[in-house]
Design a protein around this ligand. Structure first.
Ligand SMILES: Nc1ncnc2c1ncn2[C@@H]1O[C@H](COP(=O)(O)OP(=O)(O)OP(=O)(O)O)[C@@H](O)[C@H]1O
Ligand SMILES: [Mg+2]
Length: 285
């Protein structure tokens, strides 16, 4: 009874939720190029404490934008504004020139794939979990996405292959396996913009290589926002944004930031095998 009561309360919270605001009249008609501009974006979570201040960035079509910074710096907050998960309180975000606040959420979100910190799988088969990226995909497309995401091999070895059930009563998948399934889903969705909030969970080096390869295939030709935890992942980024306390404090590619000789350069010197987080933790102020 207690359990049902708690669950019931959560259901009513959802039923009572206010619909998201609907001054969203625009939608994308043609395939978009993936040009994203943030101008003086300000944001708070409604607690009166600004979490992002004066964020300016321009991601050109196909570019890889990497975000680094200590925990709580605002990396996830920046990228979560793009699909409209939250509304910025000031400034503007445009996607291919359209104000993101005026675009219907469905149309906006169709342009963006999110591979998040906790790979999100729901109760259902492996097949359904991948097809969620594109419900009308053919079987061939499904298998190709699984191959490109480096998950086809382990899926084939599951008791019922693609029809194996995952989730509470299903097969138990490792963090690395779940992540590759969500990469396959994103490949199938084939959106021009990609948000990758990389998992911090440590995986062994062989798995890391499989994930890295899959991600490189996924990022190819897309505008990608990558929150990475290893400097090796972001070395080739077109732009690296170094964040601190809700601000972008350094912006440029690897050679530019190295010659700037600031936070990023210090970070690369501290880091040998450790993660970016460890690097920031070891840095004074
Ligand atoms: N849902 C939320 N409600 C209120 N405050 C939040 C919420 N999510 C994040 N914050 C706050 O906003 C700030 C920025 O958080 P954010 O999650 O963007 O940081 P991050 O750089 O992604 O950190 P991490 O590396 O730990 O993922 C933090 O101070 C955090 O406490
Ligand atoms: Mg985060």
């Amino acid at each position: 009874m207690q359990g049902a009561r708690a669950a019931g309360e959560r259901v009513f919270d959802i039923l009572d939720a206010e619909p998201e605001p609907t001054d969203r009249k625009l939608s994308f008609t043609a395939p978009i190029r993936g040009d994203v501009v943030y101008e003086q974006v300000v944001f708070d979570y409604g607690e009166g404490r600004p979490v992002l201040h004066d964020i300016n960035l321009h991601a050109k079509p196909g570019q890889m934008i990497a975000l680094v910074g200590p925990t709580g710096a605002g990396k996830s907050s920046i990228v979560n504004l793009l699909p409209g998960f939250y509304q910025h309180t000031g400034g503007s975000i445009t996607v291919d020139g359209l104000d993101s606040k005026l675009v219907e959420l469905e149309s906006l979100r169709r342009q963006i794939s999110v591979v998040s910190q906790e790979a999100f799988l729901f109760n259902g088969s492996v097949r359904e979990n991948i097809l969620y990226g594109n419900l009308s995909a053919t079987d061939d497309a499904l298998v190709n996405a699984a191959i490109a995401a480096n998950c086809h091999d382990f899926i084939r070895r599951l008791p019922e292959g693609f029809d194996s059930h995952v989730g509470e009563r299903g097969v138990k998948l490792s963090v690395g396996e779940k992540q590759r399934i969500s990469i396959a889903r994103a490949l199938l969705k084939d959106a021009p913009i990609l948000i990758l909030d990389e998992a911090t969970a440590s995986v062994d080096t062989a798995t890391e290589r499989l994930i890295q390869e899959a991600l490189e295939r996924l990022m190819k030709g897309r505008t990608s926002f990558v929150i990475a935890h290893r400097l090796s992942t972001i070395r080739n980024a077109d732009q690296i944004l170094v964040m601190r306390d809700g601000r972008i404090v350094e912006q440029g590619n690897h050679p530019q930031l190295m010659s700037l000789n600031g936070t990023y350069a210090r970070l690369t010197r501290i880091q040998n095998t450790s993660s970016i987080e460890d690097g920031f933790a070891q840095m004074p102020g």
